[in-house]
Design a protein around this ligand. Sequence first.
Ligand code: ADP
Ligand code: MG
Length: 619
Amino acid sequence: MPDIIRLLPDSVANQIAAGEVVQRPASAVKELMENAVDAGATSVKLIVKDAGRTLIQIVDDGSGMSDTDARISFERHATSKIKSADDLFNLHTMGFRGEALASIAAIAQVELKTKREEDEIGTCISIEGSVFKSQEACAIPTGTSFSIKNLFFNVPARRNFLKSDAVEFRHIMEEFERVAFAHPHIAFSLTNNGTEVFNLAKGNLRQRIIALYGNPYNQRLVPVDESTNIVQISGFIGKPEFAKRTRGEQFFFLNNRFIKNGYLHHAVQGAFEQMLPHDSFATYFLFLEVDPHTIDVNIHPTKTEVKFEDERAVYAILRSSIKRALGQYNISPSIDFNQEMSMEIPYNQKGVPVAPGIHVNPNYNPFSNNNPGISDGNNFSQKEKSVPSNWQEMFTSHMQKEDSLSENSIMEIKEGEQLRHSDLENANENKTSGKIWQLHERYILTPIKSGILVIDQQRAHERILFEKFLRSIEQHNAPVQQILFPETMEFSPSDSAIVTSLLDDFNALGFDLRSFGNNTFVVHGIPAGMEESNCVELLDGVLETYKQNEQELHMQPRENIARSMAKQAAVKPGRSLSILEMHALADELFACESPSHAPDGKPAFINFPIEELDKRFKR
Ligand code: ADP
Ligand code: MG
């Protein structure tokens, strides 16, 4: 038998590596921007066309490369940044794997123009799918320009996997933002399809945040500064009252490189403790400096995840430095020369802000595991915990709020159990006259011929709204209720790109939402019947859910927006419903196309048959 092991040709190996390094246009943007930063640029221009599909160009005024270096830079493991494995642990530059250029050149048509200060004339190289095409002398200013054309031209599977231009461009903006925040002393610009999106002058971090997120941030930032021998922390946190319900304004930079770290995020959130409104996220731009020997950045190919040697200590220091910053802000109004001299009321005198529209459940007991709002909806499949103590009360005292009946104890019905057709008819018969009760401000109980129907109020409402919203989006006919005082909402650039791409759908749902430029939107109208005071909160929540669905479930935009809206607008556990409301909810549920499940597939109601009761009573 002949030998069967072969070495892969470089072009194939590079394509495979590219799969790791370049998942989408934004990954190429990140690598090239970081290279420009490493090359000591003071100004970096990013130009994209069609969200990077047809062109990504990065022009810097950094060190440039010699003819030979320019040629070698496309080889795999070609790097000027490390010489030995030891250097890996002493890195202060961005890239270090020497893989980026080789990978990008394997899957695109690349043109590199570069010139060093000391050279008279520059060099221009073109490469297509790892195949070297040409190298010529060319006249260019000192620095480097990379043009990446037709990304994935030779990997159709990857190209087809790309999302819409709006989504891909958003990813590009995200990477752009991260690098721009990390290097406020470098000027950056971003141009998309001929339109300048950002032009950021050199400055300090505060100025950079304002340039990217808008003037109002000047008043929202609280400086953080802490120096210990384990870690140095600097940057800004947002004042608690400006925390948003949508994620995306959380930035950690470790040794000047953007990282993601859930553990450290927890430290920051924790430091805010009760200061944050329910369900919202602190804004932060935090720079951590540690000795490079004490971290391992090499655990993830795209290097946004990092391992610390002493994660617990970093956690504790971070948490206490945020607390200290918040404390200082409490007692002394932030002094800021750019700020108008307005009296700032210390935060603790304003009281803890409570998000509007959140209903507090008086039955909430932190020591009980039956709390509404934290259930995963699987209670019915759990084992019986106690003997029902006041079963009959359920039928007599629905007006009474202190209903101590444990949901777990009612029954053991398997989740997802379907109603028989006749039951559904019975449920419909129930329409206006039947008895109906609310249990624990969470379930609706109503008798049907074969037993009792238990409806999850939140899930039922989500189903109803979801179908309604989908119809509205398709038919574009939802009634709008104009609001008296239009609300202004600001988003981060990447969130603003999502909102822009969804503007038509939002308006089809009954919003009158208009772009005001500069990542700002004005709400002039809301869907008829919706509470005006909740609209900003609701839209923030919708955006957050939308992003999660998109990332985790790869959902289509229309279904996603309808689902996110339904989730946010549905009644929550803890809300007591009138008899009329309960009837309406049950009626509307059974008028739905798929009444049995909430949009996320979890049961919206279950049927508890009388035989089951008989069995329990050992009849
Ligand atoms: P790495 O950044 O990990 O070293 P890359 O493949 O990204 O690997 O780049 C290879 C090398 O090409 C770099 O080490 C650097 O010497 C050179 N290089 C890349 N981009 C630039 C640039 N914009 N200006 C100057 N040199 C660059
Ligand atoms: Mg690099």
